[in-house]
Design a protein around this ligand. Structure first.
Ligand code: NJP
Length: 244
């Protein structure tokens, strides 16, 4: 069988980069998309993959990205993230809009662009990285909760609409994973980001990547619909055991 191709968005750090490594180790040709192209190129060189600039919030960028991709058997919708923890009463509408754009519309833009190739593959798969925030509201999480709930709705509707087509649809919802996620959420405040993981062992990006690799390697008749995984020290979005 010829080498299969996986497209991974947000592959310049964290879960996306780790997923690219895990999939490449499993024999996939990986196409890496993100805005920080220098990082993508270094990773592509390491993995024998392909780096392509991608801003999922920009339709022209998504179109240019898709135009450079021929076959696509697996799409990992991973680009995304949270901004701030502002209460609803003080919500910054611009922050909400940016979260909605990257998480929801970004996932939509890339999925829509890749669907013809995924269908043509004859055994296509969409794996979207959601969040525990897609399942459970938490204090200060409203904008991110709303965006990831919408991502979950998109995944579930796509799953229904792809019935009868050779495209499987899975959403993987992580709890706390130590990546650049909290640094981005807290606008580069490293001390505040480090506090998120104080006194507990979070998941590593590699833990999610191994889940992506496992989902992507199930046989064509098996659709892993949804997975929620958290660190042992976390029991729900805001319930965390810390040894302080
Ligand atoms: O975070 P991080 P994660 N266009 O910040 C990219 C979800 N999640 O790996 O463009 C294209 O290390 C960005 O690339 P760049 C989370 O919501 C996480 O943890 O170069 N790409 C980078 O590669 C997200 O959906 C946790 O800046 C864009 C990547 O996204 C996914 O996991 C918990 C982009 C972010 O990498 C991966 O996040 C949870 C754009 N416009 C869900 N904007 C967690 N870590 O705790 C950003 O429940 N990216």
């Amino acid at each position: 069988m010829s080498q299969r191709t996986a497209v991974i968005t947000g592959a310049s750090s964290g879960i996306g980069a780790a997923s690219a490594r895990a999939l490449a180790a499993d024999g996939w040709h990986v196409i890496l998309g993100a805005r920080r192209v220098d990082r993508l190129e270094a990773l592509a060189a390491e993995l024998g993959g392909t780096a392509v600039a991608l801003d999922v919030t920009d339709q022209e960028s998504v179109d240019a990205f898709a135009a450079q991709i021929g076959a696509c058997d697996l799409l990992v919708n991973n680009a995304g993230g949270a901004l701030g923890t502002t209460p609803v009463a003080d919500a910054d509408v611009d922050e909400w809009q940016r979260m909605y754009d990257v998480n929801v519309l970004g996932t939509l833009r890339v999925t829509k662009a890749m669907l013809p190739s995924l269908i043509a593959s004859g055994d296509g798969q969409v794996v979207t990285i959601g969040s525990i925030a897609a399942r459970e509201p938490y204090k200060g999480g409203a904008g991110y909760n709303a965006a990831k709930h919408a991502v979950a709705a998109l995944s579930r509707v796509l799953r229904i609409e792809m019935l009868g087509q050779p495209v499987r649809v899975c959403q993987i919802d992580p709890g706390m994973v130590e990546t650049e996620f909290s640094l981005v959420r807290f606008a580069g405040d490293a001390d505040r980001a480090a506090k998120v993981y104080e006194g507990m062992t979070p998941l590593a990006a590699e833990d999610i990547a191994e889940t992506v690799r496992w989902v992507a390697s199930r046989p064509a008749h098996v659709n892993i619909d949804q997975i929620l995984l958290m660190p042992t020290a976390q029991a729900s979005a805001a319930v965390v055991h810390r040894e302080l």
